[in-house]
Design a protein around this ligand. Structure first.
Ligand code: ADP
Ligand code: MG
Length: 513
């Protein structure tokens, strides 16, 4: 009992530790619920038989060995005869065990799908309800439950069939033993046999059967456990292609590095046929602000992911201070980066914990936190909450508006004191009034950090990138243009066209107001 409980905890710990450092690409191809299901149900199934198994298996083995020795001792001929019947039993059991292991993997996978559907639906309960999709979710969940049940029934019938056949064979063997033994005694062809040891043999034979049956009854549990074990160890034994902490990896010095994309070629594993970057080259000079613009789907967010080394490019390289990004210690590199991503992530913790996320207590103080919050224009709002910086934010920041979440994310990025600031449409979730406010905060921050921090600015509103040292126009994975706002306007190509289009749109909006 204690052993299996300890094992459950150990396995869960190991799985979670390993999942935290897996390649981001893994998460593109799997639902999180599938993983949590492996950490909970599969681990429980895997460890369930351990305590029973040890005692039952050991006593079964002792009994089986003793009974076999006594059978041979009583009559080796009868033992041989009985053993011929064991062949079909073992064959049947092996076939069933192999089949059942496959079936149980299917069952556990369907259970994983159940958890995946449930977690996703409950996490997005507001969307589910606002679209009246509760029945759709219920049906999807139920169809997975039905699938589990279908395979469980099949497994139970097969298991019952195997047990019944084994009983029949065992009965037939008993009859065979009496028939052969009886005849041998009557015609005197086996001098070793007499009525006494025929009966004794049968008793030992029954004992052997009981222990085999006892161990067989463990079989189903063991098969389920083995199927779950496969799913658990698949995770524990996977090591990421992109290691977070490689002791042999380079640590950069303190100087601000230039960053260069050199003929970068990139495709997402999940969509191998669609090339995101064919061969893209540009540089982010140390301390400068570089803006990436382009239509949705142009590959701007992908640049951010590549800089964070969530993925490695398939061709070309990203150079940081002259070194390939792959050569650097990833943890140390990511520590230098502050990100405000397109979809702001807020944890169900306090404001303080959210702001200092990923920092140790020596790396920030209350004063620096307050300063960051002020710079992001969120300090006053935080103070207006019931417990100020200790107020809890609810899952996914459900107690905040989109703009508040984004300002919190900006403050979080500032507090890290980054060398590289990645702002991926940091103002996209805001109305224009809010956007102007935050844009002011970002401009201030960029100005304050001038020279101490390189900035990659992705903005859907072009007016926000006018002051960038360099603007890069991406289109379907190619770099179309590069230059300052004025240079690109003079060029009068794609960027100039985009600016004119947006100006016209903004004017239209103004007139409507
Ligand atoms: P942008 O940020 O400029 O709107 P993205 O960099 O997000 O564009 O996306 C570039 C292309 O890559 C798009 O075609 C998008 O569908 C695809 N893409 C983005 N993320 C993934 C992913 N995790 N897996 C597969 N394809 C992706
Ligand atoms: Mg994007």
């Amino acid at each position: 009992m204690t052993v299996s409980r300890l094992l459950v905890l150990r396995l869960r710990k190991q799985m979670f530790e390993n999942l935290l450092v897996q390649d981001i690409a893994l998460y593109d191809g799997i639902m999180v619920g599938q993983l949590t299901s492996r950490m909970t149900s599969d681990v429980a199934q895997l460890t369930q038989p351990i305590s029973q198994f040890l005692t039952m298996f050991l006593s079964g083995m002792v009994q089986l060995t003793g009974a076999t020795v006594m059978c041979i001792h009583t009559s080796w001929k009868l033992t041989l005869l009985a053993a011929t019947m064991l062949g079909p039993v073992m064959y049947l059991t092996t076939v069933y065990a192999t089949w059942s292991q496959g079936v149980n993997t299917l069952i556990m996978s369907a259970m994983g799908d159940c958890t995946a559907v449930a977690t996703e639906a409950l996490r997005n309960i507001r969307t589910v309800r606002s679209f009246g999709a509760d029945q759709v979710e219920r049906n999807t969940y139920n169809s997975n439950i039905d699938l589990c049940w279908k395979w469980m029934l099949k497994d139970s019938f097969a298991s019952a069939g195997v047990t019944a056949t084994t009983y029949c064979l065992s009965f037939a063997t008993g009859v065979l033993i009496y028939w052969y033994g009886g005849n041998a005694i009557l015609d005197g062809s086996d001098m070793q046999l007499n009525i006494g040891n025929l009966v004794t043999f049968n008793l030992y034979w029954q004992m052997m059967q009981t222990s085999v049956r006892q161990m067989n009854s463990m079989l189903s549990t063991l098969i389920v456990s083995a199927s779950s074990g496969k799913r658990v160890f698949e995770i524990i034994d996977t090591s990421p292609d992109i290691p977070l902490d490689d002791p042999a990896a380079l640590q950069l010095g303190h100087t601000l590095p230039d960053i260069v994309f050199e003929n970068v070629k990139f495709t997402y594993q999940m969509r191998p046929d669609s090339l995101v970057f064919g061969s893209v080259s540009f540089s982010i000079p140390a301390g400068k602000t570089v803006a990436l613009v382009g239509k949705s789907g142009a590959g701007k967010t992908t640049c951010v992911s590549l800089l964070l080394r969530f993925y490695d490019p398939q061709g070309g390289s990203i150079l940081v201070g002259g070194h390939r990004l792959q050569e650097l210690n990833l943890r140390a590199w990511q520590r230098r980066i502050g990100v405000v991503s397109q979809e702001t992530q807020v944890f169900a913790r306090s404001v303080r914990e959210n702001l200092s996320y990923g920092l140790s207590s020596e790396e920030y103080s209350d004063a620096s936190m307050e300063e960051a919050a002020r710079a992001a224009n969120i300090h006053d709002f935080i103070l207006s909450m019931d417990q100020g910086y200790d107020s809890m934010l609810g899952e996914g920041g459900s107690r905040l508006s989109g703009g508040q979440k984004q300002r919190l994310a900006i403050a979080r990025a500032i507090l890290r004191g980054p060398q590289l600031l990645l702002l991926d449409e940091a103002t996209s979730a805001l109305d224009s009034e809010n956007e102007r406010q935050i844009q002011g905060a970002i401009d201030q921050m960029v100005e304050r950090m001038q020279g101490n921090c390189s900035v990659v600015l992705i903005a859907h509103r072009l007016s926000t990138v006018i002051n960038a040292s360099k603007i890069i126009v991406l289109h379907e994975g190619c770099k179309l243009e590069e230059g300052t706002h004025d240079e690109l306007l003079r060029n009068d190509k794609v960027y100039a066209k985009l600016v004119r289009k947006q100006l016209a749109k903004e004017q239209q909006e103004l007139q409507q107001d």
